[in-house]
Design a protein around this ligand. Sequence first.
Ligand SMILES: [Ca+2]
Ligand SMILES: [Ca+2]
Length: 357
Amino acid sequence: MKRFIVILICLVMVFPSVSLAEETRLLGDADGNGRVNAADAALVLRYLVQLTPLVGANWYAADANGDGKVDSADAAFILRALVELAHLDGEITVPPMISNLRWAAPLNKTTLEVGEQLTLTVAYDLDGAAPPKLEFVCSNPAILSLTQTGDSCVLTALWAGFATVKVLDPLSRWEIFFTLTLTDKRAHPLYYKIYSNLRIVDPDFWTNPVFDYVMSLDPNNGCHRVMLTGMELLGKTYSEYDCSKFTMTAFKDAGFPNVKTGASRDQLNYYKNAGLANPLSPNPFTGQFDLSMVPPGSLLFWVDKNGVSNHIGFYLGRINGMDFLLESASGAGGVVIRPNWGSSGSYTLAYWVAPLG
Ligand SMILES: [Ca+2]
Ligand SMILES: [Ca+2]
């Protein structure tokens, strides 16, 4: 990589006006396939509800109206342009950017004492781009102090609690975060358990109400802790954690080993027999499920046409008027946070069980 940087610098010196790896994009072509169509508007909408990240050139092309942010106005602008009610103004030139930002070393450390330090380092692919000016931020300086040195940061454990460290390249918009739940294991000296979760997210997640909501969860509250431990599995694939294994692991990791285990159909039968399963039905006028009466952290059960449960997940809570789920779903590729999708195909949302933590 170093040799490549040297070559790049030489080329820039010889041809100062030429920039390598610049990319030209049609404005509005958010998926970069060379055409602007309804799929690009759909991608913008999926990005806005955090179903799909938009990074690098995709984000810049998605800002169809060129106001420096990507929002529903851009989706509307793309759709209007398709029916010639608006004019999409040609091409944009996107500068070369880093790609594939990632933590460089496996994080296999599992305990950290007060005062002890942990170093996180990141790696990335340059692809002709200039080295990025990375920004490291810790969500809770009372729990962890953070010192940045180039492409790594040194964390110092200060106290028990929940904290997240993120690193962001503002230009490419690649970002990853790392969550830690630091638990007081002994009276003296203090020991901490580190849970790690690496996931590529979009920078807007951090100014998003979903992130604020997640950060407001209290690890000392059993029900909240179940959701926090569940979130440590975000990004795991469905083959690693299917829906029932995901919920059972969240309970076990949060310190509730006696929660009913087994496939979702066995779990639902158990809760029905125990009188703990509450039926859910959609609003007859809108077809939407109103979960506002369901406590956050509740288990939700979906059933097939025979009433046999075929899916289970957590109700994360209502955020800015929208209900969110924390679940592992094959259609989503694994463990995700996403808006409540209600019922779909052979999956009918049918029961909730109050938080068990
Ligand atoms: Ca496209
Ligand atoms: Ca815009």
